[in-house]
Design a protein around this ligand. Structure first.
Ligand SMILES: [Zn+2]
Length: 230
């Protein structure tokens, strides 16, 4: 960077400083999206170290998973809630990538290694209004660390999910499963897919996506998310 462009860049960062997406304080040079203090402070689950973690157990008896984990605990009023809010509603695709890198650093030694990373798709209308699919940004971040391709064309979302509250669990699952479908299923045969989402709550979305993917003849399915709402 020339002295002049450095000057312009410094000038703009004085006017519009980059702020930590978790605490809102100004970032120091070299910090990306999340400040060092917040990075240190976040409630990490360490689920990647334990096969029988709470997320894996959530899917027991529901879907055939090789491994499942989430990186952070999601609780209301915390920095994690703030991060997810920024990611989804404050137009911060780079934050998704950054969180994906952190997640990828935890998965990089995973064995067996996935062949392909697939993000949970958003409804196209929602993706247009948000400008990006946050799960795709997370997947790209993971991919940059693990050097595994991201598949964005195989799993598609057909329509927006209607209100789920009045339906029982099985009906909700059937309804949710109908939302997703697979194209180019041949590309998935005999693959180990890592399915990625932002937050796991009931697991219904991941279960539906995962089942639709497994039906195409995957050999293995693994699941990873940024946060887990207990
Ligand atoms: Zn911070």
């Amino acid at each position: 960077m020339s002295t002049f462009t450095q000057y312009i860049s410094d000038f703009f960062s004085l006017l519009f400083p980059d702020l930590c997406a978790a605490c809102g304080k100004q970032l120091f040079h070299g910090e990306k999206q999340i400040c060092t203090a917040c990075l240190y402070d976040l409630p990490y689950t360490d689920f990647h170290l334990y096969a029988e973690n709470a997320v894996a157990k959530l899917f027991w008896g529901r879907i055939n998973c090789q491994a499942a984990m989430a990186m952070l605990y999601f609780r209301k009023g915390t920095k994690v809630q703030q991060l997810i809010h920024q990611l989804k509603y404050r137009s911060q695709p780079d934050l998704g990538f950054r969180l994906g890198v952190l997640l990828g650093e935890r998965l990089v030694t995973a064995s067996p290694r996935p062949d392909l990373i697939i993000p949970v798709p958003l409804h196209p209308k929602k993706e247009r209004s948000r400008g990006y699919n946050q799960s795709r940004m997370i997947a790209e971040g993971i991919a940059s660390v693990m050097h595994i391709p991201v598949g964005t064309t195989q799993l598609i979302r057909q329509r927006a999910t209607g209100t789920q509250t009045k339906r029982n669990r099985y009906k909700r699952f059937e309804n949710m499963k109908a939302v997703f479908s697979v194209q180019d299923s041949g590309e998935l045969t005999d693959k180990h897919v890592l399915l990625v989402d932002d937050v796991i709550t009931t697991g219904a979305t991941l279960e539906a996506c995962g089942q639709v993917l497994l039906d195409t003849g995957l050999t293995k399915l693994s699941i990873a998310a940024i946060a887990f709402a207990e």
